[in-house]
Design a protein around this ligand. Structure first.
Ligand code: B12
Length: 215
């Protein structure tokens, strides 16, 4: 299988919600020594995007979307194992990360967490459906350099705006940088709510986090 064929097979396996096939493709990518991030970004993620489009058009239903996301999670786990081990000494900075309350989408947030760790960040991953007060409490407790929030729905991205206000009210906004992401989030939204950075994908998230933590 060529690299291009493998990327297409990854996309197809997610769209077909075929976990076995998705894992087989991921293992093949590892054995061929392909860049795991490229396979996630250009193979599996486009599959998830297509699933979203099919769901929106009413040609795919929620149970299949769940199976497709399980296939993606299993395949990504295999690829993540082949990323370099977490750096022993966490020097890049510390990040509080989570998906905003009311939102259970956590696949993308999980990829961002993994990559930040690979690049030497200490990551406090609060998980998904995280109450806004938990972000504020964790920032206060850890003195983190950054807080990153993920929102995949128009109904939950407003939580990112509310968090900006809550951090100000808690007197923490000057000491922590904020970073927002998730499928519905844009640079425009980040600017509008006064977040310090927006990133479209996990690689960009690492680049922005490094800039913010060092700046
Ligand atoms: C998989 C999926 C699900 C799965 C989630 C499984 C899981 N454990 O995450 C399940 C089936 C559970 C689900 C449920 C629902 N879903 Co859904 N889901 C999706 C789908 C198809 C893919 C999301 C995904 O995983 N993408 C792949 C990852 C890799 O991409 P990503 O999340 O965007 O992450 C990348 C970047 O955004 C960025 N990033 C992400 N987070 C962060 C954070 C920071 C700080 C930074 C810097 C960057 C960053 O980096 C990531 C890696 O590159 C999307 C469609 C879409 N276009 O996104 C719909 C979608 C998000 N879902 C949607 C809906 C409506 C729902 C439901 C309400 C359906 C229902 N009727 O019940 C429920 C919501 C339940 C809830 N309360 O949260 C809508 C939202 C519409 C809207 N505009 O509000 C979408 C857009 C589908 C659609 N087109 O209608 N869903």
């Amino acid at each position: 299988m060529t690299e291009q064929e493998l990327l297409s097979a990854a996309t197809e396996a997610v769209v077909a919600a075929n976990e076995e096939k998705a894992c087989e493709v991921a293992r093949e990518a590892v054995s061929l020594g392909l860049d795991p991030l490229r396979v996630i970004n250009e193979g599996f993620t486009p599959g998830m995007r297509e699933v979203g489009d099919l769901f929106e058009r009413g040609t795919m239903f929620l149970p299949e979307v769940i199976l497709a996301s399980e296939a993606m999670v299993a395949a990504v786990a295999i690829l993540e194992e082949s990323l370099p081990a977490d750096q022993r000494e966490k020097t890049a900075g510390s990040v509080v990360l989570g998906t905003i309350e009311g939102d259970v989408h956590d696949i993308g947030k999980g990829i961002v967490a993994t990559l930040l760790r690979v690049y030497g960040f200490e990551v406090h991953d609060l998980g998904r459906d995280v109450p806004l007060t938990s972000f504020v409490e964790k920032v206060a407790e850890t003195g983190a350099d950054l807080v990153g929030t993920s929102a995949l729905m128009t109904t939950t991205m407003v939580g990112q705006k509310a968090l900006e206000k809550m951090l100000k009210e808690a007197g923490l906004r000057d000491q922590v940088k904020t970073m927002v992401g998730g499928a519905v989030v844009t640079q425009y939204w980040a600017d509008k709510i006064g977040a310090d950075a927006y990133a479209e994908n996990a690689q960009e998230a690492v680049a922005k986090a490094l800039e913010l933590a060092q700046g």
